[in-house]
Design a protein around this ligand. Structure first.
Ligand SMILES: *Cc1c(COP(=O)(O)O)cnc(C)c1O
Length: 468
């Protein structure tokens, strides 16, 4: 077809486009390389449309060609917009794995920026002016807060489990109940981690019930440890039974092997005080006798991503000396943030107000109602094109913690009058600070539990005009 060649002829030359005023301005702002890259991508897209030779493609070609400068500018601006940005979490899921799990307190975050933007005493002992240990103060805090003899910190809890097993059970057997062979998400599966550590898994019991005798019968000269795993993200009900740590400890003592406990989401605060179901604290786990306990820093603890290992000094010392420990050590951002968060726990009375995760989880329906009404009024005042009402809803802890807890609260429910709900939701993702809500009953729900008061103004401002 002739018009196909015609389309090819219409594709402008790189140099010609680059000399246009629009491209000169863009080059001044972002540099020649980025503009060239974007231009080449756009021209490539035009060539693909021209070669497809259909009527649809021809229309798309003409449209793209007429919008060429604008499309290049969008591409260049996107290149300079980070993919990881601040967002507003209106989902009500407090530990949202896709949204970075635990948010840090604002003042701690600012302090952190000052600490890491220059040099920091990460491995320097300021008292004696000599080389210091990266996590010495963190370890001390962990011992004080959990009652454990010793502690160490790595990159995340998956690394912690791997490192602990590698150190204590490599080339030997680890006994685990079939009821605890869990998958946490993100491809973290206990059987795989055990295998990766170089230890052999010895499964005992059944999915719903495991008895102390199952463990005793499985002990051999090859057994190097008993592992207990917190079934973080699910519960089984009915005819069930598992073996407690004190019972496991009795069995393990016969052979002089350690009991390792993967607590998953280690809590340092009694969640019952927030009106939630009881979740064993790390201190309780230490007192019940596990020799080594590991848990996450960014789940219910409310800190940065980290894997925390506490337990008997003799074993922790071995773990710290394992070569893998160096490969999974924490960086200065994590170490600085974790130290600041743990310091907050020295004053338990102020913890629920200071740690965002716990403050959100503990918010009462009375408070969420008031806050939802406030946001609702602000939106009504700022926007046309939407209907807004406050509705009851229930939020979740997320992050594989408290899987069955439905926490009653309130949401602002937004119905667009002109555009579709799906379109409103898309536009919310393109706001200067993207707002992520839940779509239910053909409306966008913003659960205020996970939205801070100082984000209300921003939301109202960004919404104004968007739906119309
Ligand atoms: C979440 C979890 C992990 C993994 O922790 P990360 O910090 O995400 O690496 C391991 N074990 C259990 C039981 C968990 O709940």
């Amino acid at each position: 077809m002739d018009w196909k060649a015609d389309l090819y002829r219409k594709i402008p030359k790189v140099d010609t486009v680059m000399e246009s005023d629009a491209m000169r301005t863009l080059t001044g702002l972002f540099g020649r390389e980025a503009v060239l890259l974007a231009l080449r991508e756009e021209l490539g897209a035009l060539r693909a449309l021209a070669s497809a030779a259909g009527e649809e493609e021809r229309k798309a070609f003409e449209k793209s060609l007429s919008e060429l400068s604008g499309r290049i500018e969008t591409r260049v601006r996107n290149m300079f917009t980070p993919a990881i940005r601040r967002v507003i979490n209106g989902t009500g899921t407090v530990l949202h794995t896709n949204l970075g799990r635990a948010p840090l307190p604002e003042d701690i975050a600012s302090l952190l920026v000052r600490t890491v933007s220059g040099y920091a005493s990460i491995e320097y002992d300021l008292e004696n002016g000599v080389r210091g240990e990266r996590t010495a103060r963190i370890e001390k805090l962990l011992s004080v807060l959990t009652g454990a003899e010793s502690a160490t910190v790595v990159n995340n809890n998956a690394a912690a489990v791997l490192l602990v097993l590698r150190t204590l059970a490599k080339d030997g057997e680890v006994i685990v109940s079939r009821g605890e062979l869990v998958e946490i998400g993100g491809k973290f599966r206990i059987p795989d981690v055990i295998e990766e550590s170089g230890a052999y898994i010895k499964e005992v019991g059944t999915t719903n019930k495991t008895h102390p005798e199952d463990y005793s019968a499985a002990l051999t000269d090859e057994t190097k440890a008993i592992l207990k795993v917190h079934t973080s993200n699910y519960r089984i009900h009915g005819f069930t039974g598992s073996v407690s740590v004190p019972e496991l400890k009795k069995i393990a003592t016969e052979r002089n092997i350690p009991v390792i406990e993967d607590l998953g989401s280690g809590v340092l605060f009694d969640l019952e005080k927030l009106g939630l179901e009881h979740e064993p604290t790390v201190g309780e786990a230490v007192r019940s006798g596990a020799d080594v306990i590991c848990f996450s820093g960014d789940k219910l603890l409310g800190g940065p991503q980290a894997g925390i290992i506490v337990g008997r000094k003799e074993l922790i010392d071995k773990i710290k000396k394992q070569p893998l420990a160096r490969a999974v050590r924490v960086d200065k951002f994590t170490a600085a943030a974790l130290e600041l968060i743990l310091t907050e726990y020295l004053n338990p009375a102020q913890v629920p107000a200071r740690i965002p995760v716990l403050r959100m989880l503990g918010e009462t329906p009375g408070s969420s109602k008031k806050r939802a009404e406030k946001l609702s009024e602000m939106l009504k005042g700022a926007c046309r094109g939407i209907s807004v009402e406050v509705r009851e809803t229930s939020s979740r802890a997320g992050g594989g913690a408290l899987p069955e807890e439905e926490i009653p609260g309130h949401a602002v429910v937004i119905k667009p009058l002109v555009i579709s709900t799906a379109e409103l939701s898309r536009r919310m993702l393109r706001m200067p600070v993207p707002v992520i809500g839940r779509i239910e009953e053909d409306a966008v729900w913003l659960d205020v539990r996970t939205i801070a008061d100082d984000e209300f103004g921003l939301i109202a401002e960004m919404f104004c005009g968007v739906p119309g």
